[in-house]
Design a protein. Sequence first.
Length: 457
Amino acid sequence: KLPFAETFRIKTVEQIYQSTREERERWIEQADYNLFNLKSSQVFIDLLTDSGTGSMSDKQWGEMMLGDESYAGSSSFEKLKETVQSITGYEHFLPTHQGRAAENVLFSALIKKGDIIPGNSHFDTTKGHIEFRDAKAIDCTIDEAFDIDNLHPFKGNIDLEKLEEVYKTYPKEKIPFCLITITCNSSGGQPVSMENIKAVRELSNKYGIRVLFDAARFAENAYFVKIREEGFADQSIKEIAKEAFSYGDGMTISAKKDGLVNMGGFIALREEELWRKAMSFCIMYEGYVTYGGMSGRDMGALAQGLKESTEFDYLKTRIGQVEYLGEKLKEYGIPIQKPVGGHAIFVDALAVLPNVPREHYVAQTLAIELYKEAGIRGVEIGTLLADRDPETRKDRFPKLELLRLAMPRRTYTQNHMDYIAVGLKNLYDRREEITTGYEISWEADILRHFTVKLKPV
Ligand code: F0G
C-alpha cells in the first residue's frame, strides 16, 4: 500500500510568516481576544474557516479570463446555470454573492413570523436569518451526533421521530420547509445518509411539507455516501449528488465551500412560482437575476469549480488530508469528534480544558491558547456562537464546546498537518495548568461571536 499523497501539484505559492509567542501574545490582546480581529499576517496557519479560503485550479483561473461582464444575459451566467442544472437537476436558478445572501433572498419569499423550520443543526447564519424573521429553527439531529465518541457513520442524520413530532405539533401552514444541511457543519461536518434524506422526503410528503437543502458541502456529503453507505461504492460522486438532490425541492448554497471559489452562492429550485417570487428579492438585495452579486468571471470559475469538486480524486485528497490530521491527533490522545468530519477537525474543548469553568467560554479559551502556542487560528463552536436565548437573554450552553479547525481546500500540505498536530499536543500536555478563561466586555445582539470583545477573567 502506498501512502497518502495530494493529487495536485503547486503552481503558485504565497509566503506566510512564522511569528514568535511574544508577538502573538501582544497581537491577541490587541485583538480583544477575538480571533476574527487578527490580521491574516499575524496568523501562520489559518483554520478559521474553509469558506472562500481555498485555492482555485489552473482551469478555474482560465475561466476568469473568459468572464462575460454583461449586466444582463451574460454567457458566464448561462455557463453556470447549465452546470448547476446538470449537477442538481433543479431547473430554476438564481446567483447570489454568498450563502447567507441566498438564505436572505429565499427566506424573504418563504418565511413568515411565527413559522417553524425543522432541520439538522442549522448553521448560525441560517438560524440568524430564521430568527431575524421571528420564526424558529428546531434542531432534529440524531442524539448520536452529540456524543463525540459514537462512531455512527452519518452523524448529520435527522431523527425522524423528532421531525414527525414537529410535523404533528404545528400546522403545515406554519412549516414552510424542512432544511437538510449537507454535510452538517454545526454537528461536526458530519454527513447525512442517502437513506435518511430519502426518509425525510417520504415523511415530509406525508405532511405536505417542502424539503430544501443547505448544500454548502454537498460533494463532501456524496463522498461519504460513496465510501460508507451500502450500495453506492460503484456510483460516481455526480450520480450520488444528483440522487440526493432528487429528494428535495431546492437548495441554497454557499459556493465558497464545494464551489471551490473565493466568493459566490446560489439558489436552485424545482418550483417556478417560488423562483419568480424569490427573483424580486434577488434584484432588491443582490443584483439583477443574471449576476445576483457575482462578477461574470466568478460565475465562470464557479461553474468549473463545481465540476472539479464532484470528482472522486479531488475529494479523496481533500478528505484524506483531514483524516490524516485526525489520525495524528488520535495518536496523541487528543479528544476529537469521531469519526472526523469532511471539512474540519472538531476538538472537544471540555475534555482538553477540564479545569476551565463553563462560564469562561471554554472553546474560545482553547482557540486563544492554540493561537498563542503555534500561530494557528481555529474557531469557537460553543457558547459564544450559540448566542443568547432570544427570550431570556441568557447564555445558551450548547451540548458541546468545540474548537473547529477547518481546512481550506487545496491550500496546506502534509507538513502543515504535522505542525498543527504537534501544536495541539504541546498544549494538551500542559492542560492542567490552564484553569481560567475569558469574560465578555462587549457584544452585539445577534451573531455576537464575530465582533465580541473579551478579557481574561
Ligand atoms: N450554510 C452552511 C452549512 C455554512 O457552513 C455556511 C457558512 C453558510 C450556510 C453561509 O454561507 O458564509 O457563504 O454566507 N459557513 C462558513 C463556515 C462561514 O466557516 O463554516 P456564507
